[in-house]
Design a protein around this ligand. Structure first.
Ligand code: HSE
Length: 393
């Protein structure tokens, strides 16, 4: 028998509205009692008595046994989620930033209070990757998890490459369609996919990681020469997060733009779609594909978590118990394309091997092998107007 859920929702934005649209089409053993929102003055599509700005109306209501947190502000979300879990309520959240920064604390709270926090909707929208990493890949040796984890930047890159649209126009469209974060720097700067990577790596390898220690460089400084270069070589540029076990003790993690060949399965992942490519020792390569942003796709993942709570589903974090010997490293060589302005940058980066150099007055680039730790060390210099870096596959 499923448990009856009485829900309190924090937030009624793109995902909250999307979730509501889906719930009202279903006969589920659940009801929504209250929405807590930030802006009381905004016109809503539901009766006004359902809305309040008082968090206590949900957190202090004993009848509400399930909290759904869909707000923007990661620190406010952490307060809501931790308070709810401590007061015996199960929680569903789609807040990747909040989960990436607070996962360890949240796991401890769940264990201490016997409550459950689910967050499938926080990573790659509709793609069920967390539950698969947790359950299906429970005993698999995972070599790597990589892919396209951000719908907005992928939408922008698709529009640029396929329709010659300008970066600014494509970004505006991604915002209008409800894909982008309130601060779109999180998307195009590679922060949002980094938060998702942190969560994915935690469920893949049992590691608790601090997102501030993981390299992310986004597509903000992509310019025409890079687009021409990629097109000429029949490549596309995608923003790709990577988690890879480099030996039985160390995992590397980073988010960088990547030049992708047509033979790579990510080449065909366009617009707001996401893809997660898992490489495992025995299952070999597996690919998950689906919409990574938007109210309904993300709402469907949130609903899947809500309905799982009717049967008291919880993540067990089993890998975290056995991960004591595994640690994070950035000592790893990769090949990159780097367009640059100032020659001194090339010296500072200490390339292990330069495979190609191109000098022209307005377009200088190198292709070379470099240690990730050097990119991390000089990330602020690289991530400036006039430079653009992309991994070369
Ligand atoms: N801004 C995010 C994206 C929303 O574009 O992927 C979904 O997490």
């Amino acid at each position: 028998m499923s448990k009856k859920l009485t829900l309190g929702l924090f937030g009624f934005g793109v995902v909250g509205q999307g979730l509501y649209d889906i719930i009202k089409t279903k006969e589920l053993n659940l009801s929504i009692k209250k929405f807590v929102i930030k802006h009381a003055e905004k016109k809503r599509s539901l009766p006004s008595e359902l809305f309040t700005t008082n968090a206590g109306a949900i957190l202090n209501d004993p009848e509400i046994n399930t909290v759904v947190e869909l707000i923007d502000d990661a620190e406010a979300a952490f307060q809501v989620v931790s308070t709810a879990l401590k007061s015996g309520k199960n929680v569903v959240s789609a807040n990747k930033k909040m989960i990436a920064y607070h996962l360890k604390e949240l796991v401890n709270i769940q264990q201490e209070y016997g409550t459950s926090l689910l967050y499938e909707g926080s990573v790659c929208g509709s793609i069920p990757i967390i539950r698969n990493l947790e359950e299906y890949y429970d005993n698999e040796l995972l070599h790597s998890v990589t892919g396209i984890f951000n719908g907005s930047s992928n939408y922008i890159l698709s529009k640029i490459f396929n329709e010659d649209m300008s970066y600014d126009k494509a970004l505006r469209q991604a915002q209008d369609l409800g894909f982008a974060e309130t601060d779109p720097t999180l998307d195009v700067g590679g922060f949002d996919p980094k938060f998702k990577l942190t969560i994915v790596a935690s469920h893949a390898y049992g590691l608790y990681l601090n997102p501030d220690e993981i390299l992310n460089i986004g597509i903000t400084h992509l310019a025409n020469p890079d687009i021409h270069y990629a097109r000429e070589k029949n490549l596309k540029i995608k923003l790709v997060p990577t988690a890879r076990e480099i030996n039985d003790r160390q995992v590397i993690l980073y988010v960088l733009p990547k030049l992708i060949k047509p033979s790579n399965i990510l080449y065909g992942v366009e617009n707001e779609n996401n893809g997660v490519l898992v490489k495992a020792a025995f299952a070999d390569e597996q690919f998950f594909y689906g919409k990574g942003a938007g109210g309904h796709p993300t709402g469907s993942a949130v609903l899947s978590d809500i309905t799982a709570l009717r049967y008291d589903y919880r993540y067990e974090y089993k890998k975290h118990l056995g991960a004591a010997n595994l640690s994070y490293s950035d000592d790893w060589e990769i090949t990159v394309y780097l367009r640059y302005e100032d020659e001194s940058l090339i010296e500072k980066l200490g390339f292990i091997e330069l495979l190609e150099r191109h000098y022209a007055l307005d377009f200088k680039y190198v292709i070379g092998r470099i240690n990730l730790s050097k990119i991390w060390q000089h990330r602020d210099l690289i991530n400036r107007e006039g430079n653009f870096i992309a991994e070369f596959s």
